[in-house]
Design a binder for this molecule. Sequence first.
Ligand SMILES: Nc1ncnc2c1ncn2[C@@H]1O[C@H](COP(=O)(O)OP(=O)(O)OP(=O)(O)O)[C@@H](O)[C@H]1O
Length: 503
Amino acid sequence: MHFSPVCCDNPMVVHLYDLRFCCCFPPGLRQILSDVVEEVKHSINKEINGAKLLNSLLNAPRLKSLLQVSLGALTSAHDTVAQKDYDPVLPPIPDNLADDEEAMRIVCLVKNKQQLGATIKRNGITGEIFGTDDPWRTDGLEPEQVIETLARSQGTLVFKVVPITDKPVSNQTILYVLVMADYSPQQDPAIPCAEAGMDFRKGDLLEIVDQSDTLWWQAKKLPSTSACAGLIPSTNLLRRKERVLVVSALPACIKPCELHSGFFLGFGLSREFFLATRRVLRLCRRQSLSTGSSQQSCYTRCSGSCYSALNNPYEEVVRYQCNPQDKHRLVTLVGPSGIGVSELRRRLIEINPVTFQGAVPHTTRAAKSHEESDKEYHFINRELFENMYKGHFYSTSFDAVKDVLNSGRICVIEIEPHAIQSVRTHELKAYIIYVKPPTAEQMKETRKDTQIATNDYVNIPFKVSPLMFFENVMVNDRLQDSCVQLLRAVRWAQGETQWVPAN
Ligand SMILES: Nc1ncnc2c1ncn2[C@@H]1O[C@H](COP(=O)(O)OP(=O)(O)OP(=O)(O)O)[C@@H](O)[C@H]1O
C-alpha cells in the first residue's frame, strides 16, 4: 500500500464531491502523517511478521494522535462546508411555510442522450410552470419551450423543488362517476406511466379529481381512504379503447359478423373500423329495441348495454338522500321469465297496498266486460301503443309510473333488461333489483305445486351484462323468505343515502 499526503493551495476548502480523493491537512498534521508513513516503509523493509506489524502500528502513539487529529480536522471541514454557500445561489426558502410542510429538496438528475420523461404542469391561475433556479428560469416560458430545453440538455440537471406556500385553488369541480367498462393500466401500452395508473371494473364508483388533461384524468376509487389519485383514461380516450373492445365482444349476439380481424390491431383506428363499429352498434341497438320473442336471447345477452357503455363509459352520479317531501324511488324488478318477478311484485303490493302500487299497463286488446278502463289496464289502439313503447318500458308508460309516484306511493314495476337505461334517470332514481333463480334442486322443490317446467327456467341463458346497474341481487327461493327480503330491500332503498344518475 502506498499512501502519500496531498497538499493544495487552500487547505480549508473541502469540496464535497472530492472528499474521497483529496485530503487536505494543516501543516502539523502533515508532519505526523509523514512520520507514520516513513515508519511503515521502514517496517516493511525489515520483513517482520505481518500481524505483529499491524498490532504495533495500531498501538503506536503517533497513529493514535493522528486519528484524533484527523477526526478533529474532519469535523472542522464539515462545519466549514455546512456554513459555506455554493453555486448556484438558490433563492431563500419562503419563511411562511407551515410547520408540517415538507422541506425544500434539491433534486439532481444526470441526463445522457436518452429521453427524459417529465410532466410539466402549469398553474391555472398564476400561469407559472414550475420554479427552477438561475441560470435557467422557466418564468415566462411556454410548457413546450421548457420541454424543448429539457430535451436538449445533457449532464447534470439540478432542480430546486420548493414546497408550495398557498394550497392550489382548484377550479375543477369534483365529478363522481359509475364506471361502465373495465380498465387495467398494466395492459395499456398507451398510458404514460403504468405505475401511476388506476385499474377499475364495471360498476366501480370513481371520484374524478382532475380533468384538465384531454387524455388522462386523475381519480380515486370510492370508498377510498387514500390521499393519492391515479391516472385513468378520459371519457374520449376510454370511448376509443372501448370501441375496439366492444366489437370483439359483439359476435356473440350479432350473428354473421363481417368485421375483419385486422380492425383489432392496436388503437390506430381506421375509417373502416369506425364504419364497421357503427354498423354493428346500430344492429345491436335495433335488436335491443326489438320486441319479438325470437330475439329474446340476443337482447337479453347484450341488452343495449354495450351501446350505452360506449356512449358513456363514465356515467355521472350524485349522492342522494331521500327527504320526506321527495317522491319515492321507482322500484324496478328484472329477471328471467318464469322466475317469479310478477309474483314478487304482486305480493309486495298485496302486503301493503297503501304504500305500494303497480303502474297500470297499456294493452291493445279490448276490455272484457268486468274490466274497468284505467284500472287493470289502459286500453289503447295499436298505433298509439307502438308509439308509446318505443324505447320505453313496453306496456308501462312513464305517465303511468309518474301517476303512482305523484300519489305518494312507491311504484313497483317489472321491466326487460334492455329497458334498464330508460328508467335510470335522475327523476325516477330507479332502484333496480335483479331477481335470480335458485339452484335447479331448489327450483324443483319450491315450484312443485306450480304448472311451470322448472328445468326450462334454471337453464335460461339470461345474461344481463349491465350488472353494475343492479343495486340489489336476490334469489327467489322460498316465496315467503323472498318477500321479506324484497320488503327489506325496498325500505332500505327509500331511506339510505345512495348514488343516483346525475342526469
Ligand atoms: N318462490 C316461489 N316459490 C314457488 N312458486 C313461485 C315462486 N315464485 C314464483 N312462483 C310461481 O311460479 C310461476 C311463475 O311466476 P311468475 O309468473 O311470477 O314468473 P315471471 O318471472 O313473472 O314470468 P313471466 O315474466 O314470464 O310472467 C307462478 O305460478 C308463480 O306463482
